[in-house]
Design a protein around this ligand. Structure first.
Ligand code: PFF
Length: 460
């Protein structure tokens, strides 16, 4: 048996694609993409997002998967193996920290979904005719400290349980069943949404680009969202790649995951944005957007309650297949590098994530100063989700591109990709994207983020 097989490989190519898509498809697609699109002017943002996915995200995904398969290690171990004794290991360290922080705030939103599942099942949204009522329900819900903390804890524990039970059996099976159902429900919901009276304005917003809306903040948001949605920049795909076999075709698998992930996000936009227009809500509602739109949308459908329960359940499963992939990074680090037992590593990381999640859970109205940080003009949740969603994933992806493009070398990567008779037809184009396009674009945009957002936020 090869080292790869000892650690357990995916059961088939489709097995990896499903698991990779399971990591990629999550709240990023269904919750984050629609509201970020809403905040960034609609169609023009979507176009730029798609460009970011295919010109930068896709090449970086190939790079991460290749690094993972080559070394069969977690990010820190991978850098140790390929660049021993160098400071690159700190990039691996950044991945571990980023993973923990993302896990903490992501679980807050997943906890909201669990709460909404309960509310839908209990009939709280039945006969909800006034769209402004959903707003009041949402605000009351997220500002109740006990329920949000409890639901977050529940979700963290659930993820911990799945990771503790072993990596591949769970994720692969769940993803295989979940994905097709999720797509069908999204299509049905999208049909309901675009046929609502007044939906056309939302469709125009979503499909007709207004290029004058393009600015650096929008470009940064698109790039950050691309990395977030594809699970790139913090070693998830390195860790997942470590379970690939030499026979797997990495570029094809990456292409499938990118396409699938993008289609689901675009579909979610068709569900949410036309309904926003039809219900007379603001596109710029932020993280609460889907929670204010979906209940009314279910109210407009025959059998909406059952549909709603099914849909929220699917979102929860989609979120778990993502948080599992996030938690695996710090856990694999503790198990492989620090020789902790799996049980202790999972327990410890879940505990830290829970502690970190408390302020994020309380930052949406439950605790005044967290919901509007003095002097910063924004809330703790927004800051932490953009620093540890967008900025650090973007930084992590930049380092991956630089490492593969300039340190380890794209020639060695090509050799690894082609190790068992696979031809990497787009090797030249990929090499150009990973060595030049990705690092240059990402560095410029990170420079702007630093100047316009981070510096201003903290130093005025
Ligand atoms: N891609 C996931 C989503 O869209 O919900 C979130 C995520 C998973 C981000 C894994 C980062 C990561 F490493």
């Amino acid at each position: 048996m090869t080292e790869n097989q000892d650690r357990g490989a995916w059961s088939s190519r489709i097995g990896f694609i499903m698991a990779g898509a399971g990591s990629a498809v999550g709240l990023g697609n269904i919750w984050r993409f629609p509201y970020i699109t809403g905040e960034n002017g609609g169609a023009a943002f979507v176009l730029i997002y798609i460009l970011c996915i295919f010109l930068i995200g896709f090449p970086v995904m190939i790079a991460e998967l290749t690094l993972g398969r080559k070394t069969a290690k977690n990010p820190v171990g991978m850098f140790h193996a390929l660049a021993p004794g160098s400071p690159w290991k700190y990039v691996g360290g950044l991945s571990v920290i980023t993973g923990l922080v993302i896990f903490s705030w992501y679980s807050v939103i997943a906890g909201w979904v669990v709460g909404y599942l309960y509310k839908t099942a209990a009939g709280h949204f039945n006969n909800l005719t006034d769209p402004s009522a959903t707003e009041t329900i949402f605000r009351d819900f997220v500002s109740n400290p006990f329920s949000v903390i409890l639901l977050t804890a529940f979700f963290i524990a659930l993820t911990g349980y799945v990771v503790f039970k072993g990596v591949k059996s769970g994720i692969e099976k769940w993803s295989r069943v979940l994905m097709p159902i999720l797509v069908v429900l999204l299509i049905l919901l999208a049909i309901r949404s675009v046929t609502l009276p007044g939906a056309s304005e939302g469709l125009i917003f979503y499909l007709k680009p207004d290029f004058s809306a393009i600015n650096t903040n929008m470009l940064i948001a698109a790039l950050g969202q691309a990395f977030f949605s594809l699970s790139l920049g913090m070693g998830t795909m390195i860790t997942y790649g470590s379970y690939l076999s030499k026979k797997d075709n990495i570029p094809t698998a990456a292409a499938w995951v990118c396409t699938f992930d993008t289609l689901i996000a675009i579909l979610a936009g068709f569900v949410i944005l036309p309904a926003v227009a039809a219900m007379g809500k603001a596109y710029t509602e932020g993280p609460g957007l889907i929670f204010q739109v979906l209940p009314s949308l279910f109210g407009e459908m025959p059998g909406g309650q059952i549909f709603g329960v099914g849909f929220f359940m699917l979102i929860i499963i989609a979120a778990i297949t993502s948080t599992v992939s996030i938690l695996i990074v710090p856990v694999a680090y503790m198990v492989d590098e620090k020789k902790w037992s799996r049980r202790n590593a999972v327990g410890f990381m879940c505990l830290i994530a829970f502690v970190l999640s408390v302020p994020a859970a309380l930052a949406n109205g439950a605790v005044g100063f967290l919901s509007s940080l003095p002097g910063l003009g924004t809330d703790y949740f927004t800051i932490i989700s953009s620093l540890f969603g967008d900025v650090s994933l973007t930084l992590g992806s930049l380092f991956i591109a630089l490492f593969v493009g300039w340190k380890w070398s794209t020639a060695k990567a090509k050799e690894e990709i082609e190790s068992e008779g696979i031809t990497f037809g787009l090797a030249k184009q990929w090499s150009f994207l990973i060595r030049f396009v990705a690092p240059i674009t990402v560095s410029i945009l990170l420079g702007y983020t630093f100047r316009d957002n981070i510096w201003k936020l903290f130093f005025g």
